[in-house]
Write a protein that binds this ligand. Structure first.
Ligand code: FAQ
Length: 322
């Protein structure tokens, strides 16, 4: 379903009134007038975010059957289920902008929509489950805590609940890391290897550096974003370095040094060529992730058919399907 054009889309008076509301810190709600471009930007961000949550289930789902104990298996299953829930809230939120989630989902399935670069990397060992919870959910929290103050009401409210759940994810991940860090030399080496592989892709989650980020200026002006990609990345590094030190891990960056003047941890250059290659679809697992989502979608056709037939049967009888 195409988004219907908004009446008065180019009316300068409406735009000025909208911008005044944003400037005074008001929240924009679905039935409020908004510029077409604001709606498009929110639809883009929210759909990419929802897709990321759904694709993000795959790397960790890969380890559910191999978790080393019942307790670990239960918390990993709960985490993966939470990610599904996050995807569903955000698709619901995106629908308040006048799009149909099936259209958004089809863009994911046919490879025309983006989702977070981080999920195109493989999960090679159990330690990856700890490091993903710690670093990937940790990065998501830094980004989403700020998004909880975004100007679009339904997105901001979804972020509040999602951040609470992401905190549990981060803690379960960090606890796995802390356990492995105090384990055998083989466990410590497995953990360090996971950190070495996942550190840089976690930094890239925040998006291109500000000078190469075409959307940031407009999103900041409309208070969709409250901080730039580089500001959030720096905050994540500052928070994470002491956590790595606390459990004796080395972050794989020889340039990582504390800057006494700025009170930030300075860090080395991200491999931007790799980042842009991954978001173009050429990462180590892009193809595998899309195949897995398409297979899951095709395998679920019978339940969609059954639900549609059930709803039609009830509609015919004049009863609302439960
Ligand atoms: N991956 O101009 P900017 C999670 C694209 S949730 C792929 O800077 P913007 C939870 C960008 O879309 C993780 N593409 O863009 C979890 C744009 O392309 P377009 C997802 C990226 O929007 C944990 C182009 O590059 N979180 O992890 C990436 O201002 C564990 C230019 O970039 C969200 O989506 C990337 N990393 O800033 C789940 C949060 N970065 O669309 C399971 C909401 C940039 O013009 C397990 N989104 N691109 O063709 C945001 O905060 C922003 O959209 C950014 C990008 C910061 C991601």
């Amino acid at each position: 379903m195409e988004q219907k054009p908004i009446p008065g889309a180019d009316d300068p008076a409406l735009i000025a009134a909208f911008e005044a509301r944003i400037a005074s810190g008001e929240s924009i709600e679905p039935k409020d007038w908004m510029p077409e471009r604001y709606r498009k930007q929110l639809t883009r961000m929210m759909s990419q975010h929802a897709h990321s949550e759904i694709v993000g289930m795959l790397p960790e789902g890969n380890w559910v059957t191999r978790a080393p104990s019942l307790r670990r298996k239960m918390s990993l299953i709960a985490k993966v289920q939470d990610e599904a829930g996050h995807g569903l809230y955000i698709y619901c939120g995106a629908e308040t902008l006048g799009v149909d989630r099936h259209d958004l989902f089809n863009q994911l399935l046919n490879g025309t929509a983006k989702y977070s670069s981080i999920f195109n990397y493989p999960t090679l060992s159990w330690a990856d489950m700890g490091v993903i919870g710690w670093l990937v959910d940790g990065a998501a929290i830094v980004n989403q805590t700020v998004l909880a103050k975004t100007s679009y009401g339904p997105y901001a409210r979804a972020m509040v609940r999602i951040c609470k759940e992401e905190n549990f994810h981060k803690r379960q991940g960090y606890e796995i890391c802390a356990t492995l860090a105090s384990g055998t030399p083989a466990q410590q080496a497995m953990l360090q290897d996971a950190v070495d592989r996942i550190w840089w892709p976690s930094l890239a989650m925040f998006g291109p550096s500000d000078k190469d980020s075409p959307n940031t200026g407009e999103l900041l002006r409309w208070k969709v974003k409250r901080k730039t990609n580089d500001e959030l990345r720096q905050r994540f590094v500052n928070l994470t370095v002491p956590q790595a030190q606390a459990i004796g891990l080395t972050l794989p960056d020889p340039d990582l040094t504390f800057n006494a003047e700025t009170k930030n941890w300075d860090f080395g250059e991200i491999d931007w060529a790799e980042f842009f290659d991954v978001i173009k679809g050429n990462g180590p697992c892009n193809r595998e992730r899309l195949e897995a989502r398409n297979t899951a979608h095709d395998d679920g056709q019978w339940i969609r058919d059954a639900a549609t037939a059930f709803a039609a049967k009830h509609a015919k009888r004049g009863v609302e399907a439960p």
